[in-house]
Design a protein around this ligand. Structure first.
Ligand SMILES: [Zn+2]
Length: 97
């Protein structure tokens, strides 16, 4: 028997790896339409805005913007389970743009 370590894949509805309490919602990028705005108001999705960034993590892997958001602890995650570690200062700067 091989004992392979499987990295948990996150998806919509997965429990948050950080606070373990809430169900993750997808982050939608781009200019939201009316339907997406309504979904956001219901807490079904998180709007990521139009700014798309690319981050190289500690493994040197280029990753796209995080795809999942935890409404409880406000953490963002990539689909492969890695938590987004963009400093809060940068996030605030992006919101000002
Ligand atoms: Zn959480």
């Amino acid at each position: 028997m091989k004992s392979t370590v499987r990295r948990k894949t996150l998806r919509k509805g997965s429990s948050c790896p950080t606070c373990n309490a809430a169900k993750l919602i997808p982050i939608v990028y781009g200019l939201p339409g009316r339907e997406l705005m309504e979904q956001s108001e219901r807490g079904e999705i998180e709007l990521g805005g139009c700014v798309v960034t690319q981050i190289i993590d500690h493994n040197g892997i280029r990753t796209n913007d995080p795809e999942l958001h935890c409404p409880t602890c406000s953490s963002n995650f990539y689909r492969n389970g890695v938590r987004d570690t963009v400093p809060q200062e940068i996030s605030e700067q992006l919101e000002e743009l």
